[in-house]
Write a protein that binds this ligand. Structure first.
Ligand SMILES: [Cu+2]
Length: 291
């Protein structure tokens, strides 16, 4: 039942997936038939229940594995764009003033060896209307790999915002050595990509006032970071590309697909800026009421 539902939901962003494949056509092609180019896995990133409204954010991840080397290509849109600039708001969220107006950091991981799925609303164990990172562990498992922008890809950088991609829409590409646990989990269908950090403009109310579930305190902050900083925003299970791999002739459509990706990026980029401005206003309103 659940599987069927997920498949139906996954059918919507198929155009985006194909477009992304077009952009990475050489890798996908190499992985396809000759057997020497490695294996590709993909995840369609969708809003996490409760945390991100349906349709507000999306993304796509392709991981091509050669031995223990992995090349990750990712595109995400519709996430929180920038951190608030208002001092009171920042303080209430456990964000140091030095972070004011900076791109919203989105720590991201390959979670492994849970149920190999994204959490549904039933994962909200304490019923506060937010699925915290910890509440999601049963579904997607623990952190296997940190998709950091530089340095370690281990659990040691899991919550290091200085090596996390930032902004509402971003592309991420990195080649690195994958640890054995993550490698096995991906092959065993037990790997899920999770991007964290909720958009204050549309996040559940409790995420603004509740401390994060991982005990993260940002350097220079006087309290723990609020849940919006770490809660899972979008999520997608990694699946083998075998059944979705483009036929070798598919490269011919690469040009059209690539421009589609660019248009999509521009579209979401503009929307993201609007959401960012709205976020600050909404936060001010919410916190204004409390005082
Ligand atoms: Cu994670």
């Amino acid at each position: 039942m659940r599987t069927k539902k997920k498949m139906l939901m996954a059918a919507v962003p198929v155009a985006g997936c194909l477009a992304a494949l077009g952009a990475t056509a050489p890798a996908a092609h190499a992985a396809g038939t000759d057997g020497s180019g490695g294996t590709s896995y993909q995840a369609t990133l969708a809003p996490v229940a409760l945390n991100t409204p349906s349709g507000a954010a999306s993304g796509h991840v392709t991981i091509t594995i050669n031995g223990d080397r992995a090349t990750v290509s990712e595109q995400v849109s519709g996430l929180a764009t920038t951190l608030p600039t208002d001092t009171k708001t920042l303080s209430a969220l456990g964000i140091p003033a030095a972070f004011a107006g900076k791109p919203f950091p989105h720590v991201q991981h390959i979670h492994i060896n849970g149920q190999g799925v994204c959490p549904t609303s039933s994962a909200d164990a304490n019923g506060d209307g937010v699925i915290s990172t910890v509440e999601g562990h049963h579904a997607y498992g623990m952190i296997g790999t940190t998709l950091s922008t530089k340095g370690s890809t281990g659990a040691d950088t899991a919550t290091d915002v200085t090596v996390a991609p930032g902004g509402g829409s971003f592309t991420y590409q990195r080649t690195f050595t994958l640890n054995q646990d993550t490698l096995s989990a991906i092959k065993n269908n037990k790997a899920v990509v999770v991007v964290h950090g909720l958009n204050p403009a549309n996040a559940p109310k409790a995420s603004l006032s509740t401390p994060n579930s991982l005990g993260v305190t940002l350097p220079g902050a006087n309290k723990k970071l609020a849940l919006i900083g770490t809660a899972p925003a979008v999520c997608g299970k990694l699946v083998s590309s075998q059944m979705n791999t483009m036929p070798s002739g598919g490269v011919a459509t690469g040009g059209g697909s690539t421009s589609g990706v660019q248009d999509q990026g521009l579209f979401y980029g503009a929307g993201g800026l609007l959401l960012g401005a709205g976020a600050v206003l909404a936060l001010r309103r919410r916190f204004g009421k409390q005082h």
